[in-house]
Design a protein around this ligand. Structure first.
Ligand code: SAM
Length: 248
């Protein structure tokens, strides 16, 4: 007996689109995504492409009207409902280009709901290219199967972050000078959370004092070694996802 082929095909390309998806919706695709589908993935008429728009789950769409530089994808069936994303924000100081790109990619894969850049005094970078970070989030979501993108917030200064901090959200603060062990801190602070990670040069003493004085802040240690900022961001997120998130 021959096995029934998987549907949608496991090899179907996955694409994030801005168009709101739904039954019978036609999505025109051009530019780089069209080049990827037509020239790289060699999509043919009637081939299936998986689409997500960040709000409507994942949809199987059929390719049609394929031309040299554009095509139409027509939604035929929802393949997954919108996902439920753990209520976890990653707040990190801007760091050098390739390293902040890595944080964006891994934050998306690990299940972060929001990426919040925070400007601190010792940051060696004071500007971020949000379009480039957004592109990394999209690429990571396409690859890892997310049906939503993490929110990407504009950079704020540390004092503004602390001033406007929501009352119902714990702010775990990765303090390289020491803090509570992670597992114990997470167990005693369930619910909406965020992790704050410093830049290459760490937090200065006044910043550390201001964070520690915040009523929602919980200073934690990531162990006896000093981690690079991107390692700290990835490790802290993975630990929270394991203990308080959705890695059941
Ligand atoms: N220049 C700083 C120093 O030597 O103390 C190190 C800063 S570290 C490269 C960047 C950020 O990662 C820190 O601000 C902190 O948020 C986090 N981090 C790194 N290692 C950590 C640890 N063992 N415990 C808690 N946080 C850590």
């Amino acid at each position: 007996m021959t096995a029934t082929p998987a549907w949608p095909p496991q090899s179907a390309p996955r694409l994030h689109v801005e168009t709101q998806l739904g039954d019978g919706v036609s999505v025109p695709v051009d530019g780089n995504p069209a080049h990827y589908l037509i020239s790289v993935m060699r999509v043919k008429p009637d081939d299936i492409v998986l689409l997500f728009d960040g709000r409507s789950g994942e949809w199987a769409a059929r390719a049609r009207d394929i031309r040299k530089r554009d095509l139409i994808l027509e939604c035929i069936r929802q393949t997954r409902p919108p996902e439920s994303v753990p209520d976890f924000w990653l707040c990190c100081a801007p760091i050098k280009k390739g390293r902040i790109d890595l944080i964006a990619e891994k934050a998306c894969e690990l299940g972060v709901a929001k990426l919040q850049p925070v400007l601190t005094r010792r940051a060696v970078v004071d500007k971020l290219n949000l379009d480039r970070l957004h592109a990394h989030l999209v690429e990571a979501a396409e690859q890892c199967g997310r049906t939503s993108l993490p929110d990407l917030a504009a950079m704020v200064k540390l004092d503004a972050l602390l001033r406007d901090w929501p009352q119902d959200r714990h702010l775990f603060f990765a303090d390289e000078t020491g803090g509570a062990p992670l597992a114990a801190a997470f167990a005693s602070h369930p619910g909406p959370a965020a992790f704050l990670i410093g830049p290459e040069g760490g937090f200065d003493p006044a910043e550390r004092e201001a964070i520690r004085a915040h009523p929602r802040a919980v200073a934690v240690s990531l162990g006896p070694r000093i981690l690079r900022a991107e390692t700290a961001a990835i490790a802290a997120t993975a630990a929270w996802m394991t203990l308080n998130g959705d890695w059941h």
